[in-house]
Design a protein around this ligand. Structure first.
Ligand code: CMP
Length: 139
């Protein structure tokens, strides 16, 4: 995967609250091209593996419950400087700290249910994209 790609999920809270369209509009309006996308639901095993880095955190069980409770939209996005620019677009992890106009400020409700995921590095973007998509699903 090129270094100009990042990985995102529209999380179950945002799907439940009817924000798929609003969030995709913010993403494409900011210049990101969608190169892979699916509507899916994580199993507990998927979520435990995806968030393995957080397994010692006190909120790990809550995080797995949340991320598996309903469907998500997962996607790979392409743009110059994709990882950094996407993290700016989504805003701080806690929506209370997120800047005006960011996706989390607009659509998230709490630090746990924060509407979207964005990869934190090029390396993790590649790992996370490959976790969710087969090569033939990426354009
Ligand atoms: P994200 O940064 O995408 O990936 C880790 C997730 O863990 C984070 O979004 C939140 O959904 C969740 N998370 C982070 N901090 C907390 C917390 N203090 N309590 C509950 N969930 C959290």
């Amino acid at each position: 995967m090129s270094t100009n790609r990042t990985f995102t999920m529209i999380k179950p809270d945002a799907v439940e609250n009817g924000h798929i369209g609003g969030i995709l509009d913010k993403i494409t309006s900011a210049g990101f091209k969608i190169v892979a996308m699916k509507y899916t639901q994580l199993s507990r095993r998927d979520a435990q593996a995806f968030y393995a880095i957080h397994k010692e955190r006190p909120f790990f069980g809550e995080l797995v419950d949340f991320m598996t409770r309903g469907p998500i939209v997962s996607a790979i996005l392409e743009k110059d400087n994709a990882v950094e620019d996407f993290r700016a677009l989504i805003g701080a992890t806690n929506p209370a700290d997120a800047a005006e106009g960011t996706i989390r400020k607009l659509f998230a409700t709490s630090i746990a249910e924060n509407a979207v995921h964005g990869s934190d590095s090029d390396e993790n973007a590649a790992i996370e994209g490959a976790f969710h998509f087969a090569g033939r699903e990426i354009f």
